[in-house]
Design a protein around this ligand. Structure first.
Ligand code: KIV
Ligand code: ZN
Length: 510
């Protein structure tokens, strides 16, 4: 049975999603989780895009031992040099070079004739091959490129030693039959030891379908991202590719190295760090993916789960919502539960989670795995020491009162307190925080959801704020939704304060 190489580009194409930008520390966290997930190749960034991108790729190379770490470069010597420098410490480095080949890109973007495109591609690949063995080449906008020319370019780079040729559907234009036959055509014409990779965008909602069609026709590497994030409408979702190949193994007869039990955790991490929420009806990892609402379905499920379930939540690592710990549970019980749930926290972090656990246990009778995950994630996703923390708040609100909030926040040992009125209690608390921090963020998104069940459920608030053109996510969890709202807002402000010095110059052509 053939194995499909899973090439994850969450940290490169995914990070190009509108609004997403990750700090180096956050990228390292994601990369480590991708390694736990069993990804074969991690595309860690586009080093020429910014110093921060280059630094993040270099740091990831130092941490990742099993997966290949890949860096992207345009067909320019400077790009290749910077990418190679970032890859120096990788145990399995891969360089990914791309150059647009379609008539539209040749004419309007590059203003180059076909012969020049072939020449530039060959020159850059042969330059790179002097320093690195594993080179992947992508003819950008491959699906809108004349087939004979596409083959000519690919044959030329393969002759220079390229081992993987990636066929991007850059603008998400291909239909599954077209894409499948393009891959079949290339598979027949290229040497059999060259791996054909696919990279599909989701502009018409076909990224996963196109990738699977390619696999049926001989592609053996799929480029994808967690939660399907990526340029514009995104990319093929890794979790969908992995679960399609697993659940329908009878049809595809193919394997992957993905540890599917890590999918849920990875999805939550990427969503929390990028601030890009997962739509509730998203296949595999959406919150409704395993919920049965219709009476007939519920009846069927109670009689036999296979009536309406083709996979179960445990397969992707959704924790069981059972009572596991209570008010009297001690540190050791919590520590061992955290380990069972797959968290690798330091003693200091465990101590902090334990403090929060005790506070939660005072408010909430039943502490479930999901509760514990939320407490632990707050610590695990904390890649920086927060500048501000919420110390105290008091709200006055009601149908005949103008809502007002008094808020106290801490900055190190310093304490600041102020009050404000607002359109509602959340608005009042946000205005008070603005007065305290001296910042005026624009609240772009606010979402609240119950993360556990019951009347004493924990609420999760995710926000997105905009300051000086930077869109920053924030997240807060509490049994009190006003407290969760304040925490989320402060979390976003803290992230902004860490990030504001990172100058991101993203290359617009990729
Ligand atoms: O979509 C695309 O064409 C890309 C390339 C850089 C592979 O992301
Ligand atoms: Zn792409």
């Amino acid at each position: 049975m053939d194995n499909i190489i899973i090439f994850d580009t969450t940290l490169r194409d995914g990070e190009q999603s509108p609004g997403a930008s990750l700090t180096s520390d956050e990228k390292i966290k994601v990369a480590e989780q991708l390694e736990h997930l069993g990804v074969d190749v991690i595309e860690a960034g586009f080093p020429i895009a910014s110093e921060d991108d280059a630094k993040a790729v270099a740091l990831i190379c130092e941490r990742i031992k099993n997966a290949s770490v890949c860096a992207l470069a345009r067909c320019k010597n400077a790009d290749v040099e910077v990418a190679l420098r970032s890859l120096e410490k990788a145990s399995k480095p891969r360089l990914h070079i791309f150059l647009a080949t379609s008539e539209i890109h040749r004419k309007y973007k590059l203003q180059k004739a076909k012969e020049e495109i072939v020449k530039i591609a060959v020159e850059n690949v042969s330059f790179a091959k002097k320093y690195i063995d594993d080179v992947e080449f992508s003819p950008e906008d491959a699906t809108r490129t004349e087939q004979d020319f596409l083959l000519e370019v690919l044959k030329a780079v393969v002759a220079e030693g390229v081992k993987t040729v990636n066929i991007p559907d850059t603008v998400g234009y291909a239909t599954p039959p077209e894409y499948g036959s393009l891959i079949k055509f290339l598979r027949e014409k290229l040497p059999s030891d060259v791996v054909i990779s696919v990279h599909c965008h989701n502009d018409l909602g076909l990224a996963v379908a196109n990738s699977l069609m390619a696999v049926i026709n001989g592609a053996r590497q799929v480029e994808c991202t967690i939660n399907g994030i990526g340029e514009r409408a995104g990319s093929a979702a890794l979790e969908e590719i992995a679960m399609n190949l697993l659940v329908r193994k009878d049809f595809y007869n193919l394997t992957t190295n993905i540890v599917t039990k890590e999918l849920y955790r990875t999805s939550r991490m990427v969503s929390a760090l990028t601030g890009i929420p997962v739509q509730p009806n998203k296949a595999i990892i959406g919150e409704n993916a395993f919920r049965h609402e219709a009476g007939i379905h519920q009846d069927g499920i109670l009689k036999n789960r296979s009536t309406y379930e083709i996979m179960n939540p445990e397969m992707i690592g959704v924790p069981a919502s059972e009572l596991v710990l209570g008010k009297h549970s001690g540190r050791h019980a919590l520590k061992s539960r955290l380990e069972t749930l797959g968290f690798q926290l330091s003693e200091e972090q465990i101590e902090k989670v334990f403090d929060k656990f005790k506070k939660l246990a005072d408010k909430k009778k039943e502490i479930t795995d999901i509760d514990i995950i939320f407490l632990a994630e707050e610590e695990q996703f904390q890649t920086h020491k927060p500048v501000y923390t919420l110390d105290y708040f008091h709200i006055i609100s009601g149908s005949s009162t103008i809502p007002s909030a008094t808020v106290r926040i801490k900055k190190g040992e310093e304490i600041f307190e102020d009050a404000s009125r607002g359109d509602g209690p959340v608005d009042a608390i946000y205005k008070a925080i603005d007065r305290l921090t001296g910042l005026s963020p624009i609240l772009k998104e606010y979402k609240i959801s119950a993360v556990t069940s019951g009347q004493d459920a924990q609420g999760e608030v995710t926000v997105s704020i905009e300051i000086e053109g930077l869109k920053i996510p924030g997240k807060g969890v509490s049994t009190d939704i006003i407290e969760a709202s304040a925490k989320a807002y402060l979390d976003a402000i803290n992230r902004y304060l860490i990030r504001k010095d990172i100058i991101k110059i993203k290359y617009k052509g990729a």
